[in-house]
Write a protein that binds this ligand. Structure first.
Ligand code: FES
Length: 261
């Protein structure tokens, strides 16, 4: 059992409100919402952002660095790019003060039913897992010795399925999961290119957050990979933020890789 330490006088923190307190050298973000206090590590699990500096809306706090949101009741990660919970601590109000026991999980009554639901991503992804890369083991096309390393995946007629399979080579540099399984690829379309027999490919994709720092790299990698198909003359990537990405768009494979259940 971890010891409670008094961090504030009751009534000092506005409702809703948030502040930063230090307990034995650890920075703890303290929240007051609906008459209840909550405490989290002041650390975003994406890349260490200071949660107490973020925007508090109802029971969610947004990391000021790249926008990941956490449920203040449970610490659960609600939106990308964070996929892991930050630590939540038990809080009590007694003797006119607010007390925090660092390392002690919050009482289940303070987490509440809604928090538990919000913290756990839906188990049924909206997108089915894509078919396995069976074509990768197909016979190499003629001239394969001069083709780039990605050529085996590019083999076969150009189609949306083929492009999606190819795009599994493009991985989010922070999550190490491919953009197809993350649910970032919204659509693939084709039009005739000026060059006879070749296609212009339009890829609609989104980012895990509007300020995603990996955006330029993901766009460049998407173009490079799709361009390896011999029937492609041109690739355009269009960033679409509506509908916004949400963790429910991930396939079961992506969830497995990220340890989300
Ligand atoms: S550090 Fe918090 S979202 Fe990136």
């Amino acid at each position: 059992m971890h010891e409670f330490q008094r961090v504030l006088d009751e009534g000092v923190l506005a409702d809703p409100g948030k502040t930063l307190v230090e307990i034995d050298g650890e920075m703890i973000a303290l929240f007051h919402v609906g008459g209840v206090y909550y405490a989290l590590d002041d650390v975003c699990t994406h890349d260490g952002g200071p949660l107490a500096d973020g925007e508090l809306v109802d029971h969610s706090i947004a990391c000021p660095r790249h926008g990941a949101k956490f449920d203040i009741r449970s610490g659960g990660a609600l939106t990308m790019p964070a996929v892991r919970a930050t630590k939540a601590h038990r809080v009590k109000v007694a003797d006119g003060g607010v007390w925090v026991a660092v390392g002690e999980p919050p009482a289940s009554s303070s987490i509440g039913h809604g928090a538990a639901e919000a913290a756990a991503p839906a188990t049924a992804p909206q997108h089915s897992p894509q078919p396995a890369a069976a074509a990768a083991s197909a016979a190499s096309p003629e001239g394969a010795e001069t083709a780039p390393a990605a050529a085996p995946v590019a083999a076969g007629p150009l189609s949306e399925e083929r492009v999606r399979e190819m795009l599994k080579e493009v991985k989010d540099p922070e999550l190490f999961v491919n953009i197809v399984d993350l649910g970032l690829v919204y659509g693939v379309a084709f039009t005739d290119a000026e060059e006879a027999g070749k296609q212009r490919v339009l890829v609609d994709m989104t980012m895990t957050s509007p300020a995603c720092p990996a955006g330029p790299q993901l766009i460049a990698d998407t173009k490079r990979v799709v361009h390896t198909h011999p029937d492609v003359a041109e690739v355009e990537v269009r960033i679409v933020m509506d509908p916004p990405w949400s963790p429910e768009r991930m396939t079961d494979d992506a969830r497995d890789q990220l340890g989300i259940f």
